[in-house]
Design a binder for this molecule. Sequence first.
Ligand code: DGL
Length: 283
Amino acid sequence: MLQRNIKFPQVPGPIGVFDSGFGGLTVLRQIRELMPQYDYLYLGDNARAPYGTRSFEIVYKFTLQAVRYLFQIGCHLVILGCNTASAKALRSIQQNDLPQMDPERRVLGVIRPTAECVGLITKTRHVGIMATPGTIRSCTYDMEIAKLYPDIIVTGEACPMWVPLVENFEFNSPGADYFVEKSINRLLERDKEIDSIILGCTHYPLLQKKILRYTPQNVQLIFQGEYVAHSLQDYLFRHPEMKSRLTEGGTVRYLTTDQPEQFNQSANIFMGQPIQATRIMLE
Ligand code: DGL
C-alpha cells in the first residue's frame, strides 16, 4: 500500500520526465531543445520495462511509484514520457492521487498534446495509431481524438515487437524491417484512406529510418516529441505559478532502476552524448 500525505520538498526543483525505459529520452531531447534553461531529472524504470504488455493495475502501480519518487526528490512537475503510462495511469493519478499527495504538483502525459495536433494535419480525416498493445487496448487515443475532432476515424494497430526491437538494439537490423513493414501494411490495409499515422510510443523515433522506408509518401508520420515539447512550453506560459517552482540551471540528471552501465550505453545512443546514470529503487 502506498503512503499518503507525504510532505515533499517545497523549494523549486527540476522537471521530472518518466518512462518505462529509454523511450522517454526522445521526449526529453525535444523538450530540452526547446527549453534548455530548465533543470531535468529523467527516470527510466528499465528493470521493469517494457510496460506495453502489462495490466492496467501494474502500469498504474509502477507509474505512481515513479511519480511519488520524483516528487520526493524535489520535482513539482512530472511528464509521463510514456504513452502506455499516460494511457493507463495518468487519469487515476491526476484525479485520485494528486489531491491526496500534493494538489499543487502536476503530472502531464503525452497523449493529449499528440491528439491535439492531428486534426490540423489529416486531410482525409482517417488517422492511424501505432503503439504498444497496452496503449491500443486502452483506446485512449480514440477517446482523446473523438473529444477534439469527432469527425476523425481512428484505426489503432498494436506493434508488440517494436519496443523490444529498440530495447534490444535491433532497430537497424534486417529483423526490424520485417516487423516494421508488416505492421504498417496491416494498418494501411485496414483503412486505405489513412493519410496520417501517429507514432504513439516514445521508443518509435529510434525506428524512424525503417518506418519511413515502409510508409507510402502520401502518408504523414507524426512523431510526438515536438508536439509534447511545444505543449509543455505553452503550459508553462499559462501557469506562471508552476514556472516559478522550476529551477533554471540547464542540467540533466539520469536515474534508472537497472544497471547504470547498461543505461549509460543505451542512453548515449538515444541522446547522442555521454550519460552517467544513478541507480535507484522504486517501491
Ligand atoms: N515508451 C513507452 C510508450 O511510449 C512504452 C514502452 C514499453 O512498452 O514499456 O508507450
